[in-house]
Design a protein around this ligand. Sequence first.
Ligand code: ZN
Ligand code: ZN
Length: 412
Amino acid sequence: MILDTSKYLGKCVCGREHELRTKLVVCEYGALKNFDKYMADCGLTGFRTVIYDTNTYNLPSITHVPADQEIVLEAKGLHSEKGLIENMMTILERTPDYIVVVGGGTLMDFGRYSAWKLGIPFVAIPTIVSSDGFTADICSIIIDGQKKSIPMQAADAVICDMDVVSGAPMFLSIAGVQDIMAKYVSIADWKIAHLVSGEYFCPMVCDMAQEALDIMVRCANELAEGKEPDFEAMAYTQMLSGLTMQILSNSRAASGAEHLVAHLVEMKPRGFENAHGMHGECVGIGTIMCASAYHKLAERETIEVKPFEPVDEQWVRDVFGELADGILKENENDVLKTFAPENIKEKWPQIREIIATIPKAEELIELYTKIGAKHSLEELGIDESVREEFLDISSAIRNRLTLARMTRLIVK
Ligand SMILES: [Zn+2]
Ligand SMILES: [Zn+2]
């Protein structure tokens, strides 16, 4: 699949003028054999520095693309940290005209950060595609000991050679399936938020997210039937998802209440003390829990609403311990204050229709079981007690309008 992203550019029905730095996305077997042609198509010429780590350099399936300078970083202990990246920049023979990075998410941040710092383009050659970061512009980097996710620079081109990518371990691909299937909830959350609060919504971007979801659901069902994985289509969904983030400059279309489980697993509040798991696995569990809670809400034909009240400080302190101050700060300008609670009541019939597009939790569990994906709290070391409070806990950590968060305005 070759995706010319120009079709997403320019004046949109949403009223905005959309921009994308990424011009070309290729997901094809043998794509690296045509690498020079793709670079020419994107107008990338001149001194080319190619960055690998010792693992990606030695992959049997890799085609080493021509380079004016090759840098091979020691894979052991490699992590995305400002000091390490700046060290790497000292071994550049000269300021390249563009940087090419061959690797996974961590190595991408080396390319992304240094290209941004030098004001030059970078090109991504992913060696695994189980996340949607390759076409996004977010750099996850440790600065002064703190992990930050900062919008920096998107790749000018992402060239994904399926001969390389399809060799990645299957459990990574399965986690990637769960990350994209989370869009059942994230799309619903975005539509509901738009309906209730008038929050910005772009139908074109929503369609891109929906397309990624539809294709991944087809791929997941094929896996469940025992068919060969369609790696090309699976990679394409991740690329589309990342592009939605690049267009919106945020993750609205890709990340709703379900995604917050991944953050909770990192933050380790009450009930998550022993939690662990890959990003996709965590959001997979989040998708199941949201599906279950949302469908339970939708059983009610009508609802009653109550006036806004700030999140309860004592509860936050009990659940989040030493993280509480940060959580309280996040909730200072609560998005729930920005619209009349009656809107939820008024739009309830449409909200129920949107919830109906999410599969039932049992259906998700059945599919995840068949494809060998994680599907229980126990597997991720999350305490069962969280189930009851899940919507409250997860929605407290990010001030984004989701149906989960709106439950604070709905009479129980
Ligand atoms: Zn738009
Ligand atoms: Zn995700």
